[in-house]
Design a protein around this ligand. Structure first.
Ligand code: ASP
Length: 332
C-alpha cells in the first residue's frame, strides 16, 4: 500500500526545547525533531515546515490563523497533518483549529510532550509516533494525541501540569487509543463535506472566574474592553446578587452595549444548567445571555473568537454558538 504523505508543522513547546540559562526554551526545528524518530518513515512519508518556535504561553489567536492557513495552503498536497505544540495552550489551539478548519476529511493532529525530545526520559518520541500513526489513518478532523489517547479537538483540556498523562477529554468519550502503533477506535464519527477554512478571529474575548465575594467592577471593566465576556460561575451556574442588582445590572448594561455574555461553570465535568436555581434562571429568563452547557471553557473561548470574527449580529452569534461544530456542544 502507498504510504501516506504527512506534514509536520513545528511551533515550539517543551517537545522542541533545550535547557538554557533560565530554563527550557524551544530551540529545535521540526526537521530536528524528525531526526529523533527515523522509524516514522516506516509509517509514512514525512515532510516538515517550521512556523514559529514559541513556548505556547506566547501563542496568540493570530498564531492559530497562521497554522490554519499553513494547512489550507498545503491541504491537497498531504494526507494528514501533525502540529507539534507546547502543552500549556494546546487545548486552546486544538479548539481554535476545530473552528478554523471545519469538516476536514483528513486528520489534523496536535501533539507535544511534558519532557523535551533530547532528554533521556521523555514522552516526546512516543507522542510523535502516535500522532503520525493517527495522521496516517482515515480519522477525520482536528484531534489531540497525547500519552496514547486520541481526544476530539474541541474536548481536550490539560489536566496535569507535570505527568505524562497530561490531557483529558471533557464531557465526551475518548475517540480511541494508540497501542503499539495500532489505533483502537472507541467511537465512530463522520464529518460532513466540504472542508471549510476561516481566517478571521476576534481576540477581544475575556474570561472571568468568579470567587465568593467578588464585586462586579472586574466584569464591568472586562465588558468595556472586550466584545464578549465568558463568566465561569459556580456549579450549574448563576450570578451573585449580594449587592442588590449589581451583577444583573452589569451584565444587562454590557448586553445593551452589544457585547456577548456567556455563562459557564468552573466545575470541570458535566457542564452548566442555568435553569436549576433561581440565581441562574433569573438571568437566563430575562437577559439574552448564552450558556455553555457541556462545552469546555477552551472551546467557548475559541468558538466566540471565531464567531465574532464572522459576525457581530446577536441573533447570528447565538445561532452559531449553539450550532455544534466537531462535537463541541451536545447538551443544548
Ligand atoms: N511551557 C511549555 C509550552 O507550553 C510546556 C509544554 O510544552 O509542555 O510550550
Amino acid at each position: 500500500m502507498k504510504k501516506k504523505r504527512i506534514l509536520l508543522i513545528g511551533t515550539g513547546g517543551t517537545i522542541a526545547s533545550e535547557m538554557g540559562e533560565n530554563g527550557l526554551e524551544p530551540e529545535l526545528t521540526s526537521k530536528q525533531l524528525l531526526r529523533y524518530i527515523p522509524d516514522i518513515f516506516d509509517i509514512c512519508e514525512a515532510e516538515c515546515i517550521q512556523l514559529f518556535s514559541l513556548d505556547s504561553t506566547n501563542i496568540q489567536p493570530g498564531h492559530w490563523v497562521r497554522i490554519a492557513s499553513a494547512i489550507q495552503e498545503r491541504f491537497y498536497e498531504y494526507d494528514g497533518f501533525v502540529i507539534s505544540h507546547g502543552t500549556d495552550t494546546m487545548a486552546y489551539t486544538a479548539a481554535a483549529l476545530s473552528y478554523l478548519v471545519q469538516n476536514s476529511p483528513k486528520p489534523i493532529i496536535l501533539t507535544g510532550a511534558q519532557k523535551p525530545i533530547g532528554f533521556e526520559t521523555t514522552d516526546s518520541k512516543q507522542n510523535l509516533r502516535d500522532a503520525f500513526t493517527v495522521a496516517s489513518s482515515n480519522l477525520p478532523g482536528v484531534m489531540l494525541v497525547f500519552n496514547s489517547k486520541i481526544i476530539m479537538g474541541t474536548r481536550a483540556r490539560k489536566t496535569r501540569s507535570k505527568s505524562f498523562e497530561a490531557f483529558s477529554s471533557i464531557n465526551y468519550p475518548l475517540l480511541g487509543l494508540v497501542r503499539d502503533g495500532r489505533i483502537i477506535r472507541y467511537i465512530h464519527w463522520e464529518v460532513p463535506s466540504p472542508v471549510r477554512f476561516y481566517d478571521t478571529v476576534d481576540p477581544k474575548v475575556a474570561l472571568l472566574k468568579l470567587v465568593p465575594g467578588i464585586g462586579c467592577g472586574v466584569a464591568e471593566y472586562l465588558l468595556s474592553q472586550n466584545n464578549a465576556l465568558i463568566i465561569e460561575s459556580f456549579g450549574v451556574g448563576g450570578l451573585p446578587s449580594y449587592h442588590a442588582g449589581d451583577y444583573y445590572e452589569t451584565v444587562k448594561r454590557g448586553l445593551a452595549a452589544g457585547k456577548t455574555v456567556v455563562m459557564t461553570t468552573q466545575v470541570e465535568n458535566e457542564g452548566s444548567d442555568l435553569s436549576v436555581y433561581h440565581v441562574g434562571s433569573s438571568i437566563k429568563q430575562n437577559l439574552p445571555i448564552l450558556e455553555a452547557y457541556d462545552m469546555t471553557t477552551e472551546a467557548v473561548v475559541a468558538k466566540l473568537m471565531w464567531i465574532l470574527g464572522q459576525t457581530a449580529d446577536r441573533t447570528q452569534v447565538a445561532e452559531l454558538f449553539y450550532t455544534p461544530v466537531a462535537r463541541d456542544i451536545l447538551a443544548v
